[in-house]
Each structure stands twice: as structure tokens, then as C-alpha cells.
Design a protein around this ligand. Structure first.
Ligand SMILES: [Zn+2]
Length: 264
């Protein structure tokens, strides 16, 4: 995707699959998925593409999220991330910054491998609230701690909106996780909002009352999702959730009081 002079490239690692009715639903019951069959496969699964995005700006080579890693189970399969980067002429040592939208496993898969930092010259940037929740907390998941603790020496945490690199701003958008952060790419008046898992699917951006079981604070997550959707609706801003099939991007348009996502 082009944003002014900048190019944001999807880096596909693999795919995930979740039973849509188990993970995304509206309060109050009823089968609201019946209105959105085009997003489901024959077994009612929602497909999630896993990976991240590559942005070169100035002398920086930035990754936004780092895929799911070498996982193969019933739901998730990764492994293509480094090859996808290589196809764009980027070796792990070329990456200057890895910025995380949040620290769920499917966004940090290639942060480390077997206890070693993968992008060994990069600074790893994450909101302090996510580092506290996923790594420092007494009840943190041991698997997440094992995966992320080696980053300590290359870590830069933040707790407020700021410019990361020319044309790349970090904006805390908590709810999905305590430190969930969106990254705003801007150039020559054009913008793309890389929102991570503020929304997992097109449907969450279209249906203002839906909830995701993955949201740490579902009420805050829903409010943030709606705030961002309203901000970009009927503008040329691109909205870029982390998991749309094929890492697609879209724009939001309104018809009366309904929002629709138009895939670009
Ligand atoms: Zn995710």
C-alpha cells in the first residue's frame, strides 16, 4: 500500500482459523453472523492472516509486529515471515525498529527464537502497559515471558503518543490489551492507521456493538474500535487491522447510520 511517498508492505507469516461464533459476537444473543456469511468458510471459521508490515522511512527499516513464529497447531500456522522479508531484500540485521501493536503471541512470534533476539540490531518498541501486563506481572503467562524476556536489552517502552520515525507515529489505543497501540503512517496528506487487533475482522468495524473474546477489556476495546472507525469514516484514510485475509486494507464509508468497510 502507498501512503504518499511511503510504502507499507504486508509481510505474511501464516494463517489462523477461529470459530467465528465463539470469538466474535454481539451481546443480546441471536445469530448475527447470519448477516455476514461472506466472511466465513463452510465450517463457520473466520480466517486470520498472521504477519506484520514493513515500512522503510528515511534511514529506518521498521517492522510493525512480528508474526506468529514457527507454530503449527489446529488453529495457527506460521513460518513464512523471514522469507517474506527476504523477498523484499530485508535481512534480519537490516531492521532498525520493531514496533508492537501489542504483545499477544501472534504478534511477537519472530521477536525471539530459541531465546535469541531475531532482529539483533533493532530497537523493540512497545507500550509500557503491555510490557507490564505480559512480562512483568506476577501472573504473566510463562510462555510469553520466555518469548519476550530476551528483548529487555533492546527494549524501549513508551506511555504516550509520539513520533517513532519520519511519517510514523505511535498512538496508544488501549482496550484490546492495556497497551494496545496503533501506528499512524502519514505522508503528503495521506494516512494509514495500522490498528493491530483493535479490530480482528471487517465485521467488528461495521457492527458497533460486537465484542471479541480476545479483548482484555471488552468495553474499552469496543469504545476504542468505534472511536477509530468514526474518525476515519468517509475520509481517504486507510484502516489496517492486523489480520484481514491477505493483510488487506480498507476504507470505511457510511450509508445512513451504517458503516461499511470497502477493501482497497
Ligand atoms: Zn492478533
Amino acid at each position: 500500500m502507498k501512503v504518499g511517498d511511503l510504502e507499507v508492505l504486508p509481510i505474511v507469516d501464516g494463517t489462523g482459523r477461529e470459530q467465528a461464533r465463539e470469538v466474535l459476537s454481539a451481546p443480546g444473543g441471536g445469530d448475527r453472523w447470519a448477516c455476514h456469511p461472506e466472511h466465513l468458510d463452510a465450517d463457520g471459521n473466520l480466517e486470520l492472516t498472521l504477519g506484520g508490515f514493513l515500512l522503510r522511512t528515511g534511514d529506518r527499516v521498521v517492522l510493525v509486529d512480528a508474526g506468529v513464529g514457527r507454530i503449527h497447531n489446529d488453529h495457527y500456522a506460521g513460518g513464512g515471515f523471514l522469507d517474506a522479508l527476504d523477498a523484499h531484500g530485508v535481512a534480519p540485521g537490516d531492521v532498525t525498529d520493531v514496533v508492537f501493536t501489542h504483545l499477544h503471541f501472534d504478534h511477537v512470534g519472530w521477536a525471539t527464537s530459541k531465546g535469541q533476539v531475531v532482529f539483533d540490531r533493532a530497537t523493540y518498541r512497545v507500550h509500557a502497559a503491555d510490557w507490564a501486563h505480559f512480562v512483568e506481572a506476577a501472573d504473566a503467562d510463562p510462555g510469553a515471558v520466555r518469548k519476550l524476556a530476551p528483548l529487555r536489552e533492546r527494549l524501549a517502552t513508551f506511555d504516550a503518543e509520539h513520533t517513532v520515525a519520519p511519517g510514523l507515529d505511535a498512538r496508544p489505543t488501549p482496550g484490546h490489551t492495556p497497551g494496545s497501540t496503533s501506528y499512524v503512517v502519514s505522508s503528503h496528506g495521506e494516512r494509514a492507521l495500522l490498528i493491530g487487533d483493535v479490530a480482528h475482522s471487517v465485521v467488528e468495524l461495521e457492527e458497533p456493538d460486537w465484542e471479541a473474546v480476545f479483548d482484555v477489556d471488552p468495553v474499552a476495546a469496543r469504545a476504542m474500535r468505534n472511536r477509530i472507525a468514526d474518525e476515519v469514516a468517509d475520509t481517504d484514510d486507510l484502516v489496517v487491522p492486523a489480520h484481514l485475509p491477505g493483510l488487506a486494507v480498507g476504507r470505511i464509508v457510511t450509508f445512513g447510520d451504517r458503516r461499511r468497510v470497502v477493501i482497497s
